[in-house]
Design a protein around this ligand. Structure first.
Ligand code: LFR
Length: 468
């Protein structure tokens, strides 16, 4: 058996990691090389990412990966979607904004004035999320100084290789890609005052973007190609969902819970628009027909606030165990309430939502955590049902992948509320999808998505939660 080794860079909104992936006809595994924190940084002009720090961690991780596994053949990068960096004469003009920054509200109003949401939906197929890149570009003051706009994984690929491209799955989250053709919608960009020349050439997952710049090849001790993967983390995660049947739904659960089904054709109906279901492009031309549910963000922000209050860290598994033993009635709130999307003071804001609807606020932490987890599960079950209704699929099971698959309380609650079995794992679906697409490009993994998923199923058996 020929096993190939690749490096996967996977950046999430709360942490990033560099991994070594090994893939062969009967092999698929990951070795964690480094993990580093990520999160919003408050600056005078709003919420940003500390991109310089992230990039430094990426370089260190890659160097360490090659030290541990000299056979590494390529690098693939994925991250959260929608955010970008601007280049002027090859230099990054500023630290990228964080999508949770509130400046986007003005962008939404201005864009919808020019192109109403109903029209946008027909053009780009995206659910309304106030931070979709087109709204951000509309209010980006540095746009006039820029010659190139790159989404985060493309920006890292540029810094590594010198080549600027737009990987298609992530480009589909900008709102500037035509949902039907998968090409830039230059007409829309121009109407919104966005110079189409800023948008780089599109490439599909599997394309070689470029080779490490000489000084980096020296630092990393190997001249490696950077290969485009499904650079939107959710696109990579969906590649590695071990879909057991055509009628399975998936939930990719980390900071967000992305809930939906994979389709071959878009469903651009009024009902889909009203339910706020998106058509993000997947690997191999599939559509990720899904809805964003605010996921573990609610729990991680709550825990962060409690930790600040205590001046001590909280043991999450212990908290969840205690939450699982809470009895009696459990108050639910709308996980997607817009007041819960900014960072900070989450327990108070959830309490305000419960209060406003006349529900009593759980008094101790386990009960509070239980309310959060059950509310997320209720939103998941609801979105699965909507995905089924809108797509006409008889959904018979739910694959839950990502960090949330380790949360047994959440998996069981989702199964109970949906009345469907939940198949949990793999926890590192995103990195696995990244590795699989690189492995395939190098000739070391099977050709079709179905075969890639069968390999995931053989090597990472999911854990089953039956509805009670
Ligand atoms: C998940 C994700 C979602 C996207 C959100 C913001 O990490 O990429 O798919 O809607 O983050 O980019």
């Amino acid at each position: 058996e020929t096993v190939r080794a690749v490096a996967a860079v996977d950046l999430g909104a709360t942490s990033g990691r560099v991994m070594i992936g090994r893939v062969g006809p009967d092999t698929l595994d990951l070795e964690l090389v480094s993990r580093f924190p990520n999160g919003p940084v408050e600056r005078e002009d709003g919420l940003h990412w500390d991109f310089d720090a992230l990039y430094a961690h990426v370089l260190e991780g890659l160097a360490e990966a090659v030290r541990r596994e000299p056979a590494i053949e390529s690098i693939g990068i994925d991250s959260w979607a929608v955010d970008y960096g601007l280049l002027g004469d090859g230099e990054l003009l500023a630290q990228p904004f964080h999508y949770r920054d509130e400046r986007t509200a003005r962008g939404v109003a201005e864009v919808h004035e020019i192109a109403p949401f109903e029209e946008l939906y027909q053009r780009n197929g995206l659910q309304f999320l106030p931070f979709n890149t087109l709204y951000q570009y509309r209010v980006e003051e540095r746009m006039k100084d820029a010659d190139t706009a790159l989404l985060i994984p493309d920006l890292i690929a540029y810094l590594l290789t010198g080549a600027s491209v737009a990987e298609r799955t992530n480009a589909s989250t900008t709102g500037l890609l035509s949902v039907r053709s998968g090409e830039w919608d230059a007409t829309l960009a121009e109407r919104l005052g966005i110079e189409p020349a800023l948008l780089p050439a599109l490439v599909d997952p599997g394309t070689v973007i470029g080779t490490l710049r000489p000084e980096l090849a020296e630092r990393i001790s190997k001249e490696l190609p950077v290969i485009a993967v499904g650079s939107h983390d959710t696109a990579s995660a969906v590649v590695a969902v071990p879909l057991s049947s055509h009628d399975s739904a998936y939930i990719s659960c980390g900071t967000w819970g992305l809930v939906g089904v994979e389709l071959a054709e878009p469903v651009l109906t009024d009902a889909a628009r009203e339910a706020n279901f998106t058509h993000e492009l997947g690997v191999d031309g599939r559509y990720r027909f899904l809805h964003n549910v605010t996921g573990l963000w609610l729990l991680s922000e709550t825990v962060r606030a409690w930790e600040a209050e205590d001046g001590a860290t909280i043991d999450l598994p212990e908290l969840l165990d205690a939450a699982a033993s809470v009895t009696g009635e459990i108050a639910l709130f709308d996980a997607n309430d817009s007041s819960l999307s900014a960072p900070g003071d989450m327990p108070a804001r959830i309490a305000a939502v419960l209060d406003a609807q006349g529900s009593s606020v759980p008094q101790d932490r386990p009960a509070f955590a239980r309310t959060i987890v059950e509310s997320i599960a209720a939103a998941f079950a609801d979105a699965v049902q909507t995905a089924a209704d809108l797509s006409g699929r008889e959904v018979d099971s739910i694959h839950l992948v990502g960090g949330g698959s380790l949360n047994r309380l959440l998996c069981q609650a989702t199964a109970d509320r949906a009345g469907l079995p939940v198949l949990a794992g793999p926890v590192e679906a995103t990195a696995l999808g990244n590795v699989l697409v690189q492995g395939r490009a190098r000739g070391g993994a099977p050709a079709t998505l179905e075969e890639l998923r069968a390999l995931v199923a053989r090597t990472h058996e999911p854990m089953r939660f039956d509805p009670r």
